[in-house]
Design a protein around this ligand. Sequence first.
Ligand SMILES: Cc1cc2nc3c(=O)[nH]c(=O)nc-3n(C[C@H](O)[C@H](O)[C@H](O)COP(=O)(O)OP(=O)(O)OC[C@H]3O[C@@H](n4cnc5c(N)ncnc54)[C@H](O)[C@@H]3O)c2cc1C
Length: 427
Amino acid sequence: MKWQNWGRTESAAPAHEPTPSSVEEIAQIVTTAAKSGRTVKTAGAGHSFSGIAVPGDTLLRLSNLRGLIGVEGNRATFRAGTHLYEIPALLAPYQLAMANLGDIDKQTIAGATSTGTHGTGLNFGGISTQIAGIELVDGVGEVRTITEGPELQAAALGLGSLGVITAITLECVPAFSIEAVEGPAKIGDVLADLDRSINETDHFEFYWFPHTEAALTKHNRRLPADVPASGPSKLRRYIDDELLSNHMLAGVCRAAALAPVIVPAVNEVSGNALSHRTIVAPSTEVFVSDRNVRFREMEYAIPLNSLAEAFDGVRKVIDDKGYRVSFPIEVRVAAADDLMLSTASGRKSAYIAVHRYYRDKPDNYFRDVEAVMTKLGGRPHWGKMHTRDADYFRSVYPRFDEFLAVRDRFDPNRVFANDYLRTVLGD
Ligand SMILES: Cc1cc2nc3c(=O)[nH]c(=O)nc-3n(C[C@H](O)[C@H](O)[C@H](O)COP(=O)(O)OP(=O)(O)OC[C@H]3O[C@@H](n4cnc5c(N)ncnc54)[C@H](O)[C@@H]3O)c2cc1C
């Protein structure tokens, strides 16, 4: 197998793996594939858990298309293969930053935005909402530059179905720092205070340790960039995050995979081992952490006002079905946006993410949680595991058919199709 994803849920052996260095080369590859009835899939960093990135015949690698093309005002244009972790240093000379980020920065900018990668914060959309322009090679080999209107609302979060994205322009913000207040809490208190935390915190999220009353909350407040850094040093944070959190979690997951019966007791210890800390640091350092324990994930967006019901539903599934879940459950929020296939399209949203250690024995935990979410009109993250199809998506995305019409124009021969896209968008 030449290609496999990070979560070890998908693998493939494409016949061709070109590494083009120019837009013209990409156009040539797509044109040739279209004429001979072959498919082309563009590789990101392989961090999607779903089958969205699985290649067929040709896997295009954009490792030669990385870096900053230019900056105008607050708008910065990147080659599509640029990894998120490369962006802070590229923006530093301009004192700019990305407005919001998810938990990690290993993804490419095109891969992250193509699946709707998001962080948290009721006044902030996912990364795709930061897109002001896109250049892509469509399914007949034409180079399109898209800067506004419905085509941008489709292409900024296009599931890799509209073309090979070659450049992305981001609307950035002046560089900023964040004060992060993190600490343990009782889940009852977190839920009682949820509205206030969500509405009054720039970026609020919490984790709940299943089978226990233990939770971890993160309240992040945006500050001007010149507020001096404070709190535990980078080294101390590395020790806390890497050696304590990641290594402890790895040990817990390995043991729990062998003996699930110990999970509640172990989660009790893990949930109570956390300590309070307050950090002031540049935004990227706070948003991004390392995730070194390999897992599988499903995440659903539900309307914000359904969060309490959805969360109760997940707890009930775990209790009633007797699942043993070693991974904390993550809850985040996002602003409504106007992108056709964004999980937060047209509605303020909450996200509930459930995980399984990659060596856990398969069971129906995700399926049962999914049933809770779909009853509430939930929309699954495009890059995470789910079992939904085009009929379902048509029922929860009012602009679904509008997106399909754009796809028909951009990729009439389905050069960019794979099994996943056939399932979620139809043929
Ligand atoms: C440890 C971990 C943590 C995560 N944390 C978060 C999080 O906090 N928030 C969140 O929302 N998600 C999160 N995710 C999910 C992840 O952000 C998404 O799945 C994202 O798409 C992965 O980006 P990638 O570069 O690996 O893309 P891939 O998974 O490689 O590809 C995703 C899609 O993008 C397409 N694509 C890539 N490049 C191009 C291009 N140039 N043109 C056209 N299409 C292209 C691919 O063909 C594919 O369809 C996490 C995943 C992992 C493994």
